[in-house]
Design a protein around this ligand. Structure first.
Ligand code: M6P
Ligand code: ZN
Length: 195
């Protein structure tokens, strides 16, 4: 006999950490080079990539757990290895619409950086490897760059009502970019000098 509304019972599902594939995930969204027009700094390299096949940069899946009193949500991102010019593949990055909504990011596979920017003078880059967990306070825009040769998989845990603001990130940009220099991943101020 059911006493509670159906959504108020616990939910479980399985996820393959190495591939980011799982059950229960829907709303798959993909972002290709052409969806990242203002994100990568090297516009010539970006246009060449688009004309050369418009590579898939990352895809993400969402699962919302809406109950009668709560709005927990997760997103799994699969960020592929690669570069546009000398800048590593990365996510668009966003700020939450609500300024009281933090997020937990958990790196399940791969390595790179989580870039964090208040868009108001403060910048941080957290080095990421498999197993790194980062708390993102509400006021920090967040973007992930994959500097490895394998797929990076990470999970974001947040409230569905946090909201995504992309416009401010596009307008102001992150203070630093992750580029390859002399064969190594480096953080340099944005915009970098082309090498
Ligand atoms: C994570 C979460 C999602 C986000 C996704 C892709 O999984 O933070 O909320 O949508 O990454 O990142 P972006 O929205 O910057 O494209
Ligand atoms: Zn977020």
């Amino acid at each position: 006999m059911t006493r509670l509304p159906e959504n108020d019972y616990p939910t479980s599902f399985d996820l393959d950490f190495l591939t980011g594939q799982g059950t229960h995930l829907d709303n798959k969204l993909q972002r290709r080079a052409s969806d990242m027009q203002s994100a990568f700094y090297d516009q010539q390299a970006l246009q060449e990539a688009i004309q050369g096949g418009d590579p898939l940069i990352y895809e993400f899946y969402n699962a919302k757990f809406l109950t009668s009193t709560s709005d927990m949500s997760i997103a799994i991102t699969r960020l592929f290895p690669g570069k546009i010019g000398d800048e590593y593949y990365m996510t668009k990055g966003h700020l939450h619409e609500r300024n009281d909504q933090p997020e937990m990011y958990i790196c399940l596979a791969g390595s790179g950086y989580l870039l964090l920017d208040t868009l108001d003078g403060e910048f941080r880059a957290e080095a990421w490897q498999t197993g790194t967990i980062t708390h993102i306070p509400a006021i920090w825009a967040h973007r992930v760059a994959n500097t490895g040769t394998e797929i990076m998989v990470y999970i974001g845990v947040y409230h569905a009502t946090a909201g995504h603001n992309y416009a401010l990130v596009e307008e102001k940009g992150f203070a630093q970019v992750v580029v390859e220099r002399q064969g190594k991943a480096c953080l340099v101020p944005h915009p970098p000098t082309l090498e």
